[in-house]
Design a protein around this ligand. Structure first.
Ligand code: UD1
Ligand code: MG
Length: 451
């Protein structure tokens, strides 16, 4: 059977008290709905429909993944009504997996286990969970033989049914033909005046359709987000689980409760990560990388044995092996450090290559520049790369020495083994082995009377 996935995401999320739809709130830097879509994608579905309502434009703007069938539900009249809006997009011979846009951490393995239970048009499957505190959830009602015969919502349940601890997670698999037959039969005569998707379970039981259940490994997989408190709690638990995986791979966190991984982090072994480090996007760390406190590292590659000192910010940069960065360094997009390069405190590097063993140790701006090997940049050196309209390049070849507080007005080339005298404003190329000196001459006025 084909697989069609329907993600219910029309709810406003009143308890978030937010101008943006709940499913766009972020867990580990990624919208809740995107987490769900990413696990859905792992199942290689034939189609994915997202039922949206409140803030639909914002949702479509932020979830840019192609191939989504966007289905509008103008009024939120219940989960059955939500699925009804998606019915026209479902193939008759497919099985339909219903997911919730605000339940972000369901593992694709769990969903695969659930999907395996539906092999024909005569069976459906519900993901359930047995909870110590089932409060608020729909309860699974079973007959004395243990077969599921229905789901009763908390608000419609009898005192006896409220004692049932097996709950409906809301995630289920139903053949499309059955959905198309049963959805139009749903009624809204219940405590909430809504069309409940869960009422199809009773119809299935009455019509002799087999109803299987499957449970996730952890309760976290089925937890929905309704408030910012729940979101913050889930964030910490999720972050801890990410850190646990990295620790198993040979990473030391000085305190895993004070690190955030918002994206994909891959690491070698013997990596040490101090507190308050934030990783965003795709970050790859080699072995023996050390990261001091308060660093932000986004979409970057950091090679083996590199040390990143405190308070450094690295964004879309490539740093190879044995480098030293910071404290207080900023690598901006397009910064590339070759083996053994050093970038020290209060240095900003943008779209520049720093060659092997080269050093930019203090208070410098290097932009649109290419540095060869063993270049030494004195404190306070600035590449003047911008004339207000265009950007220009600065080239420094091997073994160049730039004296402190120099301005290199691009476009300009400093050739091999050349030296620039401290305090120079260099506007012309400096040839190989030469000294470039461009500064006002000092004049001393003798016996100067102080005011
Ligand atoms: C639902 C289930 C309940 C289950 C619980 C699990 C029904 C009737 N009840 O209850 O058995 O234990 O989830 O969390 O299905 N949504 C729409 N359109 C609507 C209504 C809801 O898109 O008109 C979406 C919501 O955005 C949400 C999901 O469906 O993602 C569930 O809706 P919610 O209102 O939270 O259902 P519950 O009452 O919690
Ligand atoms: Mg709910």
């Amino acid at each position: 059977m084909n697989l069609d996935i329907v993600v219910l995401a029309a709810g406003k999320g009143t308890r978030m008290r937010s101008g943006q739809p709940k499913v766009l709130h972020k867990l580990a830097g990624k919208p809740l709905l995107q987490h769900v879509l990413d696990s859905a994608q792992k199942l290689s579905p034939d189609s994915v429909s997202v039922v949206y309502g409140f803030g639909g434009d914002q949702v479509k703007e932020q979830i840019t993944q192609p191939d989504i069938l966007w289905v509008e539900q103008r009024e939120q009249n219940g989960t059955g009504h939500a699925v009804a809006q998606a019915l026209p997009g479902l193939a008759n011979d497919s099985k339909v997996l219903v997911l919730y846009g605000d339940v972000p951490l369901t593992l694709s393995e769990t969903l695969t286990g659930l999907l395996e239970k539906v092999q024909s048009e005569n069976s459906i499957a519900v993901l359930t969970c047995t909870l110590d505190n089932p409060d608020g959830y729909g309860r699974m009602v079973r007959n004395p033989d243990g077969n599921v015969v229905g789901i009763v919502e908390q608000k419609d349940a009898s005192t006896e049914q409220l004692l049932i601890s097996e709950i409906n997670t809301g995630i289920m698999v139903i053949p499309a033909v059955l959905l198309k037959k049963w959805i139009p039969e749903l009624s809204n005569e219940n405590a909430q005046g809504e069309y409940y998707l869960t009422d199809i379970i009773q119809l299935a039981a009455q019509q002799g359709i087999s109803i299987s259940t499957h449970q996730p490994k952890s309760e976290l997989e089925i937890e929905g987000i309704n408030s910012r408190t729940q979101l913050a709690r889930m964030e910490r638990i999720y972050q801890q689980s990410l850190c646990d995986k990295h620790m198993d791979q040979g990473v030391t966190f000085l305190d895993p409760s004070r690190v955030d991984i918002r994206g994909t982090l891959t690491t070698g072994i013997d990596v040490t990560i101090d507190i308050n480090v934030v990783f965003e996007g795709n970050v790859e760390l080699g072995s023996n990388v050390q990261i001091a406190p308060n660093c932000i590292i986004k979409d970057a590659f950091i090679g083996d044995n590199t040390q990143i000192h405190a308070n450094s910010v690295i964004d879309q940069a490539t740093v190879t092996e044995n480098c030293s960065i910071g404290p207080f360094a900023r690598l901006r997009p397009g910064a590339e450090l070759a083996d053994g390069a050093w970038v020290g405190n209060f240095v900003e590097i943008k779209k520049s290559k720093i060659g092997e063993g080269s050093k930019v140790n203090h208070l410098s701006y290097i932009g649109d520049a290419t540095l060869g090997e063993r270049v030494n940049i004195g404190a306070g050196t600035i590449t003047c790369n911008y004339d207000g309209t265009n950007k220009f390049e600065t080239i420094m070849k091997n073994d160049v020495f730039i004296g402190s507080n120099s301005s290199l007005v691009a476009p300009v080339t400093i050739s091999d083994n050349a030296t620039v005298a401290a305090g120079s404003t260099i506007t012309k190329n400096v040839p190989k082995d030469a000294l470039g000196i461009a500064r006002g001459k000092q004049r001393n006025v003798e016996n100067w009377k102080k005011r």
